[in-house]
Ligand binder design. Structure first.
Ligand code: NAD
Ligand code: APR
Length: 235
């Protein structure tokens, strides 16, 4: 079986990473237009860097939860049964990797990476990032930005995402509100391609009625159960 899994902030909620549009979510406390757009960064880089430095510090303290671990187990189980998993995440954390997932597609980039706006080089970056830092590739100072996708920018790897979806049998969305495109449109594309579709979330998302199957509850409970059932189906 070839499975396409899309994860959102909800899968990392129980790891303390915070979601965006739940009550008390990040975009209720901060204005995304002042912190998560290229224009905001150009106008006030210090404020934007400080916002992501705080999220980077939080991520250094966070640990993967049972939902991340279940998806790493699914990747192994599918490989053993000559199946495949394309794990596409909207999240910028590295919790899937720390749980053991070997192949993760970060369509919105990665918080532990910085990109040089002078030469384009991408560097691992786990500490604070500031206007005084310089690029190890070209030596320019003050041109490093978070390597993540802001509102108004194009998500990474859309071709690879389209190809993986076209080759899959099952599409599973986990912990996403289905409110931001192009990620939110993937379930409709999956249905048009004839894939089985399933939503695992805390509560019905904006796309709930589009899915064939749904299961609601905390990801740390719902995802391990779903993976166990799926692997049993394949035996
Ligand atoms: P988009 O136009 O598809 O999404 C815009 C979304 O921004 C809206 O649907 C709404 O959900 C959100 N939004 C805008 N103003 C808001 C507000 N005041 N309060 C709450 N939510 C608000 O996205 P885009 O502009 O085409 O961005 C391209 C991609 O960049 C999207 O997929 C987005 O998810 C991504 N992104 C990533 C980050 C990040 O921190 N990694 C931040 C912003 C955007
Ligand atoms: N288990 C499962 N789902 C959960 C949990 C949990 N413990 N907690 C919250 N959720 C669900 C919420 O019900 C909500 O539907 O996770 C979803 C989180 O939705 P959002 O906060 O909108 O996050 P996401 O869908 O990832 O946002 C998409 O928007 O701002 C951009 O780039 C940012 O990648 C993000 C994108």
């Amino acid at each position: 079986m070839r499975i396409f899994v899309l994860t959102g902030a909800g899968i990392s909620a129980e790891s303390g990473m915070g979601t965006f549009r739940d009550s008390g979510g990040i975009w209720e406390r901060f204005d995304p237009m002042k912190l998560a757009t290229p224009e905001a960064f150009a106008a006030d880089p210090e404020t934007v860097q400080a916002f992501y430095n705080a999220r980077r510090a939080n991520l250094r303290r966070a640990e993967p939860n049972r939902a991340h671990e279940a998806l790493a187990h699914l990747e192994t189980g599918l490989a053993a049964a000559s199946g495949s998993l394309f794990l596409c995440t909207q999240n910028i954390d590295d919790l899937h990797e720390r749980a053991g997932s070997l192949h993760v597609h970060h369509m919105h980039g990665e918080l532990f990476k910085a990109r040089c706006t002078a030469c384009g080089a991408v560097h691992d970056w786990r500490d604070d990032l500031g206007t005084g830092d310089n690029c190890a590739a070209c030596g320019t100072t003050g041109r490093l930005r978070p390597h993540i996708v802001w509102f108004g920018e194009i998500p990474f790897g859309l071709d690879a995402i389209g190809e993986a979806l076209a080759g899959a049998d099952l599409f599973v969305a986990i912990g996403t509100s289905g409110s931001v495109y192009p990620a939110a449109g993937l379930v409709r594309e999956a249905r048009m391609m004839g894939l089985r579709t399933c939503e695992l979330n805390l509560e019905p998302s904006d796309n709930a009625d589009v899915f064939d199957e749904r299961a609601y509850g905390p990801a740390s409970e719902v995802v391990p159960d779903f993976v166990a059932r799926l692997l049993a189906e394949m035996r």
